[in-house]
Design a protein around this ligand. Structure first.
Ligand code: FAD
Ligand code: UDP
Length: 406
């Protein structure tokens, strides 16, 4: 049995015992959303919390572990921590030390490996140019840009900025593979995550804080959840315990449509198949992630973990990501009809007493890890205020899905 998979205290109760609630909170999902909230409720308000997860491990999609060769890998693809929030860093720093790490990505385009986000180096390499300043690069891109009157989609935003040719080389194929949709069918926020630069900054992110948990995400989660008020039950679906466990309030971090038995139809999620490999060589590629925008290549990217973790090891481990319609729900798909459908679930959620929805799946938001931590801390603040008698913050009168926090 996993050391964290302790039996619930419910099992220890004898029949006929006083029917006070066994747990103040039942939390579904041991990822960032559920774990942060469990820690806060247990340590901050002395609440008794049961966390269940249907997977065999804690950490949700951020779970990492040592593979058979002994290399620290991320089971669900590369997770790089980046944020502009000092508050979120301070909070997580209670459970981990950090390793400074700035993510760099190359894209294979026209037979070359060039930096993405597109920057001056990318343009010079691709077109044999010698653009020497931001101004020169700006002028060059302005000459290529095809202005779009109103920017709605993931195609509009890129074509408007850098023109159709660069859009097709870097974005169209990758996005079609990743989402199973053309960029013209996706909200502009998707490709807007990857900016275009006129300088030579080749970092993937520009956030103030870019760092990896020194001993990995799972170790950080173990420390977060290590509290006498927290009981964890793994390999356990909410449906198995919903009628057995007595609890005061439910925090649900699984897919919101699943909770309501898909009563309005299924919310679309995009999935991935991960192909993990260990190679008998010290290094496989120059940077942690290499993207393959070419539609003829089935995978979207290959990631090599030792770049992220700094681990010294004679072999190396890599992961290929193959996008898929089937499988675990990893990505909410940002497009107007899905947002409309989610609104119906959100409305139903707000009318459902005793349950609060949280996290990437619970609130159907394409959130990064730091945003989910922010969302969980914001929900905790409201619970804490309600607890201290602030009527404006009473959770029982506010069943809305957790609001965005960052
Ligand atoms: P999850 O981590 O999905 O956790 C939800 C948990 O709920 C799961 O463990 C699931 O098993 C459990 N669950 C669901 N339903 C039930 C049920 N009925 N019963 C029991 N348990 C249930 N973010 C970054 O900031 N940086 C990155 O580099 C980054 N890279 C990513 C790469 C990939 C391939 C993916 C898919 C995501 C990436 N993310 C990244 C996003 C990050 O994974 C999420 O922001 C974060 O993990 C969301 O946490 P969560 O707790 O909301 O959800
Ligand atoms: N994208 C692309 N080409 C790239 C990198 C990203 O077209 O080389 C698009 C693609 O639609 C992707 C989105 O930009 O889904 C956001 O990229 P990001 O790296 O943030 O994706 P995530 O890490 O969330 O999978």
């Amino acid at each position: 049995m996993h050391p964290l998979n302790r039996p619930t205290r419910v099992a220890e109760q004898s029949p006929g015992e006083d029917l006070t609630e066994a747990f103040d909170y039942l939390i579904v999902g041991a990822g960032f959303a559920g774990s942060v909230l469990a820690e806060r409720l247990a340590a901050g308000l002395d609440k008794r919390v049961l966390v269940v997860d249907r997977r065999a491990h804690i950490g949700g999609n951020a779970y990492d572990h040592h593979d058979e060769a002994g290399v620290l890998v991320h089971r669900y693809g590369p997770h790089i921590f980046h944020t502009n929030s000092q508050r979120i860093v301070d909070y997580l720093s209670r459970f981990t030390e950090w390793r400074p790490y700035e993510h760099r990505v190359l894209a294979v385009v026209d037979g070359q490996q060039v930096p993405i986000p597109i920057n001056r180096t990318t343009l010079n390499a691709l077109y044999g140019l010698s653009l020497a300043s931001d101004e020169e690069a700006e002028r060059y891109l302005a000459g290529r840009a095809e202005p779009v009157a109103t920017i709605h989609t993931s195609e509009d935003v890129v074509v408007n900025q850098i023109g159709r040719e660069l859009y097709e080389k870097f974005f169209r194929g990758y996005t079609r593979k990743q989402w199973g949709l053309d960029p013209s069918q996706l909200d502009k926020m998707v490709t807007s995550r990857v900016p275009t630069r006129t300088n030579t900054d080749d970092r993937y992110f520009t956030d103030t804080f870019q760092q990896m948990p020194l001993h990995g995400y799972t170790r950080m989660f173990e420390r977060m959840l290590d509290h006498p008020n927290i009981t964890i039950q793994l390999d356990t679906d909410f449906r198995q315990v919903r009628d057995e466990v007595r609890y005061g309030h439910l925090i649900y971090c699984g897919p919101v449509d699943e909770y309501f038995d898909h009563c309005f139809g299924k919310l679309p999620y995009r999935s991935l198949k991960f192909e993990h490999r260990n190679l008998d060589q010290a290094q496989f590629q120059a940077v942690a992630t290499v993207n393959y925008p070419d539609e003829a290549v089935a995978y979207t990217r290959i990631s090599e973990y030792k770049h992220l973790t700094g681990q010294q090891h004679p072999s190396t481990s890599i992961t290929y990501e193959y996008p898929s319609a089937e499988g675990d729900p990893y990505y909410p798909i940002p497009r107007p009809e899905n947002a409309e459908l989610y609104k119906r679930y959100e409305q139903l959620a707000s009318q459902t007493e005793g349950v609060t929805f949280l996290g990437r799946l619970g609130t159907y938001k394409y959130y990064n890890m730091d945003q989910v931590v922010g969302q969980a801390l914001a929900l905790y603040k409201r619970i804490e205020q309600a607890h201290s008698g602030d009527p404006a913050a009473d959770l029982e009168h506010d069943q809305s899905p957790a609001r965005q926090a960052t």
